[in-house]
Design a binder for this molecule. Structure first.
Ligand code: KIV
Length: 289
């Protein structure tokens, strides 16, 4: 295997650097259309981002879950735009210095896109200028017009439906969403409206596997990325610390500890990539909510 010397030590890419083309929106759409699973992990700093990229992870999300895993908060509600800007820049630096190819997504935090479309644009510009290729925001309904406004201005947007952690207090906890017929219908409507508004990716968190699979089949140009949503989505995402078996709280039941049988962090990430690609993760039984 070819190794690459980076500022962080020696990384062993799963394929040679020349074979690894930078991920792009057309490529991600192509993967969705061809049924090739998309892999995503969160990362919050330069080193982990470079290692994930070298392991073959295609999309890196600087998630506002950093509020929990880096800042020790009990929810993502306290995460600020400045914190997200800082960590997005750290990850972008790491990818640049290690000649990474991953698609970089920055999470717009709670309160940074809620006031107006103009506020959302200003916040998105901050993350894009820090190095993000795409921003993510949570929810349906009123966010559809925010998505349209950003997309019209050249900012790729990833939407996020199902369990939306920024509204955990309104939802009454970290619960499965879309379980009733009515809730599932509302979620489907939101997903299609978001796609029509230009959302180029959709995270589905903690929704029934059948609902996620149906959406994945019916959304023609918006890949779905599941977390606790079964294996019928276009791809999977996990919080980095969770899949490495490091969690200050309760481990969600859909998480697999990839570190357990791996000799290294990069090895754990490579196993994750392979497991998603060949359909071994997630385990279908765990997601029959
Ligand atoms: O913030 C985050 O890490 C996320 C993922 C759980 C999808 O939004």
């Amino acid at each position: 295997m070819t190794t690459t010397s980076t500022p962080y030590g020696t990384l062993s890419p799963t394929s040679t650097p020349s074979a690894r083309k930078p991920l792009s929106l057309p490529r991600l759409r192509e993967m969705h259309a061809q049924g090739e699973k998309i892999t995503m992990l969160t990362a919050y700093d330069a080193t982990f981002a470079a290692v994930a990229d070298a392991a073959g992870v295609e999309c890196i999300l600087v998630g506002d879950s950093l509020g929990m895993v880096c800042q020790g908060l009990t929810s993502t509600v306290g995460v600020t735009l400045e914190t997200m800007r800082h960590h997005t820049e750290c990850v972008a630096n790491g990818l640049r210095r290690s000649q990474g190819v991953a698609w970089l997504i920055g999470d717009l935090p709670f309160g940074s896109y809620h006031e107006s479309k103009e506020q959302a644009l200003r916040s998105a510009v901050v993350l894009m200028q820090a190095g993000a290729h795409m921003v993510k925001l949570e929810g349906g309904g009123w966010t559809v017009e925010v998505v349209r406004f950003l997309v019209e201005r050249g900012i790729p947007v990833c939407a996020h439906l199902g369990l939306t952690p920024q509204t955990v207090h309104a939802l009454g906890g970290y619960r499965v969403q879309g379980k009733t017929g009515e809730a599932a219908a509302a979620l489907k409507q939101d997903a299609h409206k978001l796609q029509d508004a230009g959302a180029a990716m959709l995270v589905l968190e903690m929704v029934p596997a059948m609902l996620a699979a149906e959406l994945t089949q019916t959304l023609t140009h918006c890949p779905t990325i599941g977390i606790g949503a079964g294996h019928g989505t276009s791809g999977q995402v996990l919080v980095l610390h969770d899949m490495l078996g490091m969690n200050l709280g309760k481990m969600p039941k859909f998480v697999r500890n990839f570190m357990q049988d791996a000799g290294s962090i990069q090895g754990a990430m490579q196993t994750y990539v392979q497991a998603v690609k060949n359909g071994n993760f997630p385990d279908n039984a765990v997601h029959a909510w």
